[in-house]
Ligand binder design. Structure first.
Ligand code: SOE
Length: 396
């Protein structure tokens, strides 16, 4: 069906920083690469600073701007509200939007607390009865290599899952003079590396294996206890005060182990102090019939060891995940012409739009987001309680 004959799906994005830009790119390009049942329309971009949101809207192709997200609730030309704000506003915006009958895509993690996530999941369940859809923006499960890993495990290519080893390694705050931006403030971000990048590896590990964590034991650490205060509302690129400093109220790193309901063991590491690692989301899954390994810093590659072949020729081999038979890859370029970080967001809005049109439940759901929130809370509780911690006697 020609694009102009498709029903319009009006979109409003709240926020125009990193995630607002990534989602704007996705809404702007998705119709050119995916044959969708609806035609996404970039109706409105929301931001509190009128000059800044005007500039962002013009640059990214939004038809209008609002300085209050509540205005979207009343607009008949907006059917989707896409929440790209810090975690302290996810619940308020998403619940109001669902109650107003708007479909909601919400950035990760779902919320800053389990209580907020429970309210969001309840609102999503009620809205679903009215045909209103919702999804959490765990973008990495829509990187083709990760989606292929999920498909291979589901097809039994790895056999019984024994181990999942997941890391998310960054280093953007290793400098102790990096300012106290909102991601380092508990009231804004809910937690530090744990909720920001730890949430991603929890979702990816559960998505790829199809298993759920049933319990964890954890350590967290805040290496740098205070930092220069950040310029107000300047996002993650804020400059730091030369005189005023504030306490860091979140974790810099979280390490945790867990049991999977499928019987396997899992280990996780989320840190922003892995100097030299810029955005290295790594996953290795070991099963009785084979293993998979992935590193986002080589995001078009999936390494597979088939444990069922002749040992002489076994070993990890590289799958270049750019074939038309691979998830999402066929929508873009010929084999070998790699994709980037932004493409997973386009896949996300393509699947969300299709689910809205088909009347199906997008994944991951708010219930999935609530389960991740419960894992995050369990990690913090375990780390605070020191459970599973046995001190090593010193010899002196
Ligand atoms: C910062 O850690 C961040 O922007 C995360 O918030 C994103 O989810 C991740 O994709 C890149 O790093």
């Amino acid at each position: 069906m020609p694009d102009h004959q498709k029903p319009a799906l009006g979109v409003g994005v709240v926020g125009y920083a990193f995630m607002g830009r990534a989602h704007s790119q996705a809404w702007r390009n998705v119709g050119a690469f995916f044959d969708l049942p609806y035609r996404p329309v970039m109706a409105a971009l929301v931001g509190r600073s009128r000059p800044a949101v005007d500039e962002a809207a013009a640059r990214m192709g939004w038809a209008s701007v609002e300085t209050d997200w509540k205005a979207l609730l009343r607009r008949d030309d907006v059917q989707v509200i896409d929440v790209c704000t810090p975690g302290d506003s996810h619940a308020e915006i998403a619940v109001a939007a669902l109650e107003a009958g708007k479909h909601v895509l919400c950035e990760k993690p779902l919320a800053n607390t389990v209580a907020e996530a429970e309210a969001m999941a309840a609102a999503a369940a009620q809205a679903r009865e009215r045909g209103v859809r919702s999804m959490v923006a765990f973008n990495y499960r829509r990187v083709p290599a990760v989606a292929l890993a999920h498909r291979m495990v589901a097809e039994g290519r790895l056999g019984q899952i024994r181990h999942v080893r997941a890391q998310y390694l960054q280093d953007w705050i290793a400098d102790p003079e990096f300012p106290l931006v909102w991601r380092l403030q508990r009231d804004k971000a809910g937690s530090g590396a744990l909720g920001d990048i730890g949430a991603h590896i929890i979702d990816v590990a559960q998505f790829v294996t199809g298993d759920r964590l049933v319990g964890v034991s954890a350590l967290t650490e805040t290496f740098v206890k205070e930092r220069p205060l950040a310029e107000a509302s300047a996002g993650l690129a804020a400059g730091g005060s030369a005189t005023a400093r504030g306490e860091v109220s979140v974790d810099d790193a979280a390490l945790f182990i867990g049991r999977l309901d499928g019987g396997g063991l899992a280990s996780f590491e989320a840190t922003r102090f892995a100097t030299g690692r810029k955005n290295s989301l790594r996953l290795e899954v070991n099963g009785s019939a084979g293993s998979l390994a992935f590193d986002f810093e080589a995001m078009n590659e999936l390494w597979f060891h088939d444990n069922t072949v002749d040992p002489d020729t076994a070993g990890f081999r590289r799958i270049l995940v750019t074939e038309p038979t691979h998830p999402y890859a066929g929508a873009w370029w010929p084999p070998g012409h790699a994709l980037g970080y932004e493409h997973a967001f386009t896949h996300e809005v393509a699947d969300f739009t299709t689910a809205i049109a088909d009347g199906t439940d997008p994944a991951p759901s708010f219930a999935d987001g609530l389960q991740v929130q419960r894992v995050l809370a369990a990690v913090e509780e375990s780390a605070a309680g020191g459970s599973g911690w046995t001190a090593i006697q010193t010899t002196e």
